[in-house]
Design a protein around this ligand. Structure first.
Ligand code: C2E
Ligand code: MG
Ligand code: MG
Ligand code: MG
Length: 283
């Protein structure tokens, strides 16, 4: 019985593996086409200031509208683009578009709106990342402090000394740095100490059960308290309900992000959202 189960598992495993390898090869060539024919679009999700209820920023999130597959999740294609190196030209487009769009918002009166851009660890490898950011800020005319970069812990896996030096240079430019998906990696605490960051984003997996699971609640309270002692702002990701928002407010979380407040949306829709926004829903 056990042997048979084992064999079934094995067969299931190989076919999954082949499937995923084939997907990768296909995805790679489709990504190339997508880059050339501009199938990508940048969405923006508002970030809500917990005290004032105002929109203080937005996260840029890439969307791929595939001609046959429809919307493909970045969680599916970003890892492939990282493997193939396609992430480099793609990220250049993302950074430039995010800065350009935020400059347009700035011109229409949103002068405190910060745009947060996700950065892949691969972008640190060529060694010219600071120059790229500097040049992009110049060509798009976006004030430096209105750009923030979101990094993940795994950025330190490859040449940490150089990555840390790069982050210091970015901070000197006035660009903000936040740690994304905080709490899901392996060395979170040591890197809070080593990295010149301005914000911590608590991963959605902790927020999800915050009102039901005392452990998630305790971890979240702990992260907020620790971050505040380190003079860092805290963003909660994936806030979906009023009670979650209330818990976070009562525990001094600084910034909310989640479907309860607003979903990611194309810039045209964000402009309308901002124009008619009178404050966060009550909770
Ligand atoms: P992330 O940076 O942690 O982004 C937050 C994700 O949570 C986004 O998923 C967002 O749509 C989703 N989200 C926000 N609020 C809620 C909520 O209330 N409930 C739920 N269930 N989800 C919520 P998305 O857009 O699918 O992106 C997934 C991941 O893909 C991102 O996670 C990021 O790691 C990566 N990614 C997205 N855009 C880019 C990009 O432009 N460049 C790079 N390098 N990575 C990106
Ligand atoms: Mg992010
Ligand atoms: Mg995140
Ligand atoms: Mg996340």
């Amino acid at each position: 019985q056990a042997k048979q189960e084992g064999r079934n598992t094995y067969h299931w495993f190989t076919s999954e593996l082949n499937q995923s390898m084939m997907d990768r090869v296909t995805l790679r060539s489709e990504l190339q086409k997508a880059i050339e024919s501009e199938e990508f679009e940048l969405y923006f999700q508002p970030l809500i200031d917990a005290r004032s209820g105002r929109v203080g920023g937005m996260e840029a999130l890439i969307r791929w509208n595939h001609p046959e597959r429809g919307m493909v999740s970045p969680a599916d294609f970003i890892p492939v683009a990282e493997d193939t190196g396609q992430i480099i030209p793609m990220s250049q487009w993302i950074l430039e578009t995010a800065c350009r769009q935020n400059r347009l918002l700035y011109d229409s009166g949103h002068r405190t709106n910060v745009v947060s851009v996700n950065v892949s660890p691969i972008q640190f490898q060529p060694g010219n990342f600071v120059d790229i950011v500097k040049r992009t800020l110049e060509t798009t005319c976006l004030p430096n402090h209105l750009l923030e970069l979101e990094i993940v812990e795994s950025v330190l896996l490859h040449d940490p000394a150089r990555v840390i030096a790069t982050l210091h240079e970015l901070r000197e430019l006035g660009v903000g740095i936040s740690i994304d998906d905080f709490g899901t990696g392996f060395s979170s605490l040591s890197y809070l100490k080593r990295l010149p960051i301005t914000k911590v984003k608590i991963d959605r997996s902790f927020i999800q059960e915050i009102t039901n699971d005392p452990k998630d609640a305790a971890i979240t309270q702990g992260i907020i308290s620790m971050a505040h002692h380190l003079k860092l702002k805290v963003v909660a990701e994936g806030v979906e309900t009023g009670p979650q928002a209330a818990f976070l407010r009562d525990n001094a979380c600084d910034i909310f992000q989640g479907y309860f407040f607003a979903r990611p949306m194309p810039m045209a829709q964000l402009t309308e959202f901002l124009a008619s926004y009178t404050g966060a829903p009550s909770f």
